[in-house]
Unconditional design. Sequence first.
Lengths: 450, 120
Amino acid sequence: MMEPHAELEAQIEQWRGYVQRRQAISAADIDELEDHLRGQIADRQATGLDDEEAFLVAIKRLGNLDAVSREFAREHSDRLWKQLVLVPESSDDGGAPPWRELAVVLAFAVGAGIAVKAGLAWLDDGAAQARNLGLLVFPFLAGYFVWTRRLTPRVAAMLLVPFAALAVVVNVYPFASGGSTELLAILHAPIALWLLAGVAYAGGRWRSDSRRMDFARFTGELAIYYTLLALGGAVLVGLTFAALQVVGVDLEPILAEWILPFAMPGALIVAAWLVEAKQNVVENIAPVLTRVFTPLTVIMLLTLLGVFAAAGGLTDVNRDLLILMDAILVLVLCLLLYSISARDPLAPPRLPDALQLVLVVAALAVDAVMLTAMLTRIAEFGFSPNKVAALGLNLLLLVHLVRAAWLALGFLRRRRAFAQLERWQTRYLPVYGAWAAIVVVIFPPLFGFV
Amino acid sequence: MRIDKDLVAASATPLVLGILTEGDLYGYAILKRVSELSGGGMQWTDGMLYPLLHRLERLGYVSSLWGTSEAGRRRKHYAITPAGRDALADRQEQWSVVASALRQVWQTAQQPPATAAGWA
């Protein structure tokens, strides 16, 4: 008896999938509409129509889906704004009580705050504090991932060993006070730690390309959420500050001593949790921003190139400009990564893809100018830790961008699949982590800790 | 005969509320009842019934309850609430006024057909 209606069931299933794509129509509404559809089909069948005819009549009478969906949207306009539910109303699956996750997250956040506060209290040297800041926060972020992903001890050990090695190196090396290797270690240790956090994020499956891309997405969203939290916090603190000042109470010592050491690391953990919680509910923001900023960045890069050309090369540029340009190139790379992370790999090449290639080529031109300037400087003044670190980063960026441009060109000419371009990005990510580790671990002894 | 869609829209709320005073029903049954009552003259776009029912629910005129159909599927049943009955009584009065006004117009329009033709 079931067999003859298999096709009808398949058709209804297909229809459900089609309706599901309408945001204004909820799953319960689809159940209701399906019940209606089945009632109509049954009545048509009773009048002698076969399955297919009955289905077609029932669909026709249900009306134009666009119009119906519009009516639903008019009645339920709130549904067009996806709602982020942080604490689910009920957990039917008998799992953990809904508040437990929030409590654990807050515990991690407070823990990170206490660690930073304790670190600041015990390490009286400003440079030592800066070297250890990332190390103090990392265990709590990684701990959160270990907890949510129920990681095995093997993975936890995989995280712990490099972490401990980094902690030892950073604290045992006899850095010259105010030396550039120390500054480089301060700048590069968080990058190495961040990619280590990526291993925790990926649940130990860090070799998987898709998990790496997820981590890239996570990083972008985290940066945005952290910024939003920081802005909100700044407004709150500022208002309290001003109000207390009027009544003659100065909040500043408390702000520096207590509020910032707890709020800044705590916000990082909370932001990580928010990004995890909203993953499937709210559209990612980073890719939307890349859409806006890709053309603007192209204009910026071309302007810079024009200015450099007008100035007749970069032989006598100072170090600050080189650092700024490195920052710009890293920004370009992020734009590239996020626009790639949000793209449907199967869609054919379109205008944004061409624009992306223009961006990469412009960045390459800027990178080439930078490398020339840098090599000139090195030839003139000899090697220094800063110059080698900058040169290394620029070479890494050059390789990344050249290959990305080549693959993007192949994709635009329909010679290559988009997935290849995507895979190149994710495959290359660990290189930056390795470079950061080299700068932290090998540079100081290599250059005599100056 | 097709009924003008504005007329269908205007009469939809009192019709649905009125049908629900006869007892709780689910969407498809309400639609069938509309069809029966109008002798098949009032054909709604089936899908439009549900946003209407949801609006009535939001206004508090009907309440809904998920049950199961004979086939064991999820089915949403609607019942009229006291507020819905008040709203229906109100609509009924409005419609009576409209209907009686229209009836008088039809009568006067039928008596001297010559003048009507003269205008055309």
